[in-house]
Write a protein that binds this ligand. Sequence first.
Ligand SMILES: [Zn+2]
Length: 87
Amino acid sequence: MEFNRCSRCGSFYLSQDNVCPKCLAKDNLEFSTFKNYIEENGINNSLNDISDQTGISPKNLHRFLTYENIENNIQTKKNISKNITNL
Ligand SMILES: [Zn+2]
């Protein structure tokens, strides 16, 4: 078993999640806020602007960017809706 250190609160924890169990709910919420934001606005704005508009700290935004390939997910979604339109 390996200890992870929570990047939100600094606590140590054992799960495979990106943050400790205490922060997980808030982290998931902010991550979906962030995903919704970039789906609508793209990631052309600076992290500071995104932070102002979403209320998520730049530090957490930066971490979200390192999560699974976000841009690919958005691209996939766009392709899916394109295919639906073509049907
Ligand atoms: Zn935590």
